[in-house]
Design a protein around this ligand. Structure first.
Ligand SMILES: Cc1cc2nc3c(=O)[nH]c(=O)nc-3n(C[C@H](O)[C@H](O)[C@H](O)COP(=O)(O)O)c2cc1C
Length: 359
């Protein structure tokens, strides 16, 4: 029924829809719902401790026998940079003063964890069918250990060069992440996000450049996007923002309300929350300190600096300091349970593809 079955057969799933792993925004409930509906459920691990990862996997494995994708960040932890971190806090001082926050009380912490020995041990212990990486790949020795578990290895590319690099490093599948995508750019070979292609341009070029199957990601939020991805030669799609609107997502009511008002021309790439460019809805913090600031410390060090502002503002009912991650296609998605969304997308895309084929 699908024009290309490579990913369905490789992953052992029924529908060519991957739930995008969304650190801080998706957990076991979304993974279970999408997996049970026939797509691929993903668990983002970058913001979880090893114990939390084990717990979430336990819940998922108990409630579904479907394949699971465990997702990790593959960045290198930057060395501490006290001067730059202090400079950034100084930049934020007027906001701390506005909310009565003493910057000396803000703990510094990384906020997001790279794939490391402890994470690798969890993969070896729990043997997820698929392991996915964002920001490149971990060091060869760790990657080999993942490969030896039998997991299929997939990773995001934001350019043709990154896709080729990932294929030569042994990835089984490449996720082509266009500039429309919500959340962090997976960029890892270059730094300049301004030159990055959108999904419409990126996916067919990646398909032409590599021989492994390609998953299209970024700006796909309805059946038209799913059908179009197949036309571009993709074998599946990875969808994030549309699933944020589902009741199973973990986003705050403030983020949910902002998403319901999202517009095509209100998202922007910003590094002021984490130090790496990520797409979210424009708000006061992003506008006044960025959207891209050369002063922000390296990823993921700025995370802790904005945290107390977010907390204080949200307590007062404001989204001014919240990271409101969203992709450009956010308005296309309707809020509904994730299983319903997954099945509906597949059903409608199949109808569109049959129509295009003149069936
Ligand atoms: C809230 C949010 C968090 C994300 N976190 C991750 C993550 O932890 N790991 C990852 O590989 N990708 C992450 N992404 C990127 C997605 O994998 C995917 O590329 C993107 O959602 C696709 O574009 P769309 O949002 O337009 O569907 C995140 C995206 C969003 C919206």
């Amino acid at each position: 029924m699908w024009p290309d079955r490579r990913i369905l057969d490789l992953f052992g799933i029924e529908l060519p829809i991957v739930l995008a792993p969304m650190a801080g925004a998706s957990g076991a409930e979304l993974a279970i719902a999408v997996g049970e509906a026939g797509g691929l459920g993903s668990l983002p691990c970058a913001m979880l401790s090893p114990d939390q990862i084990r717990n979430e996997i336990g819940v998922i494995r108990q409630r579904t026998a479907r394949p699971l994708n465990l997702n990790f960040f593959a960045h290198k932890s930057p060395p501490a940079d006290p001067d730059r971190e202090a400079g950034w806090k100084k930049r934020l001082q007027p906001y701390y003063a506005e909310y009565g926050i003493d910057p000396a009380t803000i703990p510094s912490g990384p906020g997001r964890n790279p794939f490391d020995e402890a994470a690798c041990a969890i993969v070896e212990e729990h043997r997820p069918e698929i392991v996915s990486f964002h920001f490149g790949l971990p060091e060869e020795a760790l990657l080999d250990r993942v490969r030896r578990t039998g997991a299929k290895i997939i990773a995001s590319a934001t350019t043709v060069a990154e896709a080729r690099w990932l294929e030569s490093a042994g990835c089984d599948v490449i996720i082509a992440q266009g500039a429309e995508a919500g959340g962090h750019r997976g960029i890892f070979l270059e730094e300049d996000v301004a030159t990055q292609p959108g999904t419409f341009a990126l996916v067919p070029q990646v398909v032409d450049a590599v021989s492994v199957p390609v998953i299209a990601a970024g700006g796909i939020a309805d059946a038209r996007g799913l059908a179009a991805a197949f036309m571009f030669g993709a074998s599946a799609v990875q969808i994030g923002t549309a699933y944020l609107k589902c009741p199973e997502s973990l986003i705050t009511p403030i983020h949910r309300a902002a998403l319901s008002q999202a517009r095509d021309d209100r998202t922007v790439l910003t590094n002021v929350f984490t130090g790496r460019p990520a797409r979210g809805l424009m708000n006061r913090f992003v506008r006044e300190t960025g959207p891209i600031s050369a002063d922000a410390p390296a990823f993921p060090l700025p995370t802790s600096a904005a945290g107390p502002l977010r907390k204080a503002a949200e307590a007062a009912g404001s989204s001014d300091f919240s990271p409101l991650w969203a992709g450009q296609a956010a308005p296309l998605a309707k809020p509904m349970p994730a299983a319903e969304l997954t099945r509906g997308l597949a059903r409608e895309a199949q109808a569109l593809l049959s129509k295009a084929a003149g069936a």
